[in-house]
Design a protein. Structure first.
Length: 421
């Protein structure tokens, strides 16, 4: 019995390779069943994201060739095309790898939480496909629990390490509760989408998304329950905003000092206005920072926050690695205990057979009129003799052959004191 983790990720393979071996969500059930049908593969799960494609198997031995051969053939590749990029982790190394992935320690952005959700999806897909059994099921549940423990006990996910996260962190510092405030998002690209997601997760009261292409703003607004407007409406709606986050590809400023000043005069009553300009070239004229109650930050300001966040996460990652080492040991201990199950079952079944035989004999003696006290004594003596016979013979033989280690194990098994101590 072996555990195998085989795959490629952003560290080992360029995107031109990763995209060739990615599994589309709709094809995963068929691929899983095909893999699980391979000789020697007992259970299988596949995690496929933009940054990694990994196969986790419970196999009859540590031979990974059968899985790698299937992997390359499935995607129509030659083995030589993929082999330089593939990593292979057997047994406890597979367990450690899975726990590190679940905790975000193997991610492009250290500590990012999205991978845990993707891993849960991979587990559910394999479960529905019928390719996950008790062993992989136990491993996945263990990984989810360890990831939760790491997020609870360390600061691995609490510090900003992206400009979007840093922008929202600033907003939380200036406004103690975001639920009573309005955010104006200018642009509709990836950074604005990520910032909108962070704001939504932190309970922002209202959100307005402005973009040159209104259709794109409306699409993003639907996802976050926001309102969509065109860039031409910004000057009119700026008065409503407490937080402005801007990231467009414009070559000229979207917001000038004059526009911001007019908004401040209209009904804002000295309420602070946080403006985060992520764009390069800048979307907001730097002179806007001269206005009272305006807090303007640029991408350079956010870089300092990000670097501090990275240092915090790196320190938390050291703590996380210690947790993972302990939890790998726990899982491997459970796994090793499975090897004893068959032996324990056989020993118990043998003892139960002896018991049933002697109980039947005792009942026959009682039916024949023998004294019950005598029957109980004979039953106890017979059980004792028969249950002790095999281990006694084995220990005597071990003593004759000088195999002291067997006698040491016997003392441990039967909780006996060392007679020479």
């Amino acid at each position: 019995m072996a555990l195998l983790a085989i795959g490629i990720n952003h560290k080992t393979a360029p995107v031109r390779i990763r995209e060739r071996v990615a599994f589309a969500p709709q094809e995963l059930p068929r691929a899983l069943r095909e893999l699980a049908a391979r000789p020697g593969v007992e259970e299988a799960a596949i995690l496929s994201t933009c940054n990694r494609t990994e196969i986790l198997c419970h196999a009859e031995d540590e031979d990974a060739d059968r899985v790698v051969d299937w992997f390359v053939r499935y995607h129509g590749l030659e083995r030589r095309e993929l082999e330089p990029y593939v990593y292979y982790h057997p047994n406890q190394f597979a367990v450690r790898h899975l726990l590190r992935v679940a905790a975000g320690l193997d991610s492009l952005i250290l500590g990012e939480p999205q991978i845990l959700g993707q891993m849960k999806e991979a587990y559910l897909t394999a479960l529905k496909a019928g390719t996950v059994g008790s062993l992989l099921g136990r491993l996945f549940q263990h990984a989810f629990a360890v990831a939760k423990q790491i997020r609870t006990d360390t600061a691995i996910g609490s510090s900003p390490v992206s400009v979007a996260f840093a922008a929202v962190s600033l907003a939380k510092q200036i406004f103690s509760s975001l639920s009573r405030h309005t955010a104006l998002m200018i642009g509709a690209g990836e950074t604005i989408e990520l910032a909108a997601r962070h704001l939504k997760e932190n309970g922002i009261g209202r959100m307005i998304i402005a973009n040159r292409t209104l259709e794109r703003a409306e699409a993003l607004a639907r996802e976050f329950g926001a309102e969509a407007i065109g860039l031409g409406d910004i000057a009119e709606r700026l008065v409503e905003a407490d937080i402005v986050i801007s990231s467009t590809a414009s070559q000229l400023p979207i917001l000038g000092k004059g526009t911001v000043e007019r908004a401040l005069r209209r009904h804002r009553r000295h309420r602070p206005l946080l403006m985060v300009d992520i764009a390069v070239p800048r979307d907001i004229e730097p002179e806007a920072a001269e206005l009272e109650d305006v807090y303007l930050y640029t991408v350079d300001d956010l870089e300092e926050i990000i670097q501090e966040g990275l240092r915090t996460r790196q320190e938390a990652a050291k703590q996380a690695e210690q947790i993972i080492e302990r939890q790998v040991g726990r899982f491997m201990g459970w796994l090793r205990s499975l090897d004893a199950v068959a032996t324990i079952r056989a020993y118990r079944e043998g003892a139960e057979r002896v018991r049933d035989q002697e109980v039947a004999k005792a009942r026959r003696m009682l039916a024949a009129g023998r004294d019950p006290n005598e029957v109980v004594f004979l039953l106890a003596r017979a059980l004792t003799n028969k249950l002790l016979h095999a281990p006694t013979v084995a220990m005597r033989q071990a003593g004759f052959e000088g195999r002291g280690e067997v006698l040491e194990v016997a003392r441990e098994l039967f909780d006996l004191k060392d007679p020479h101590a």
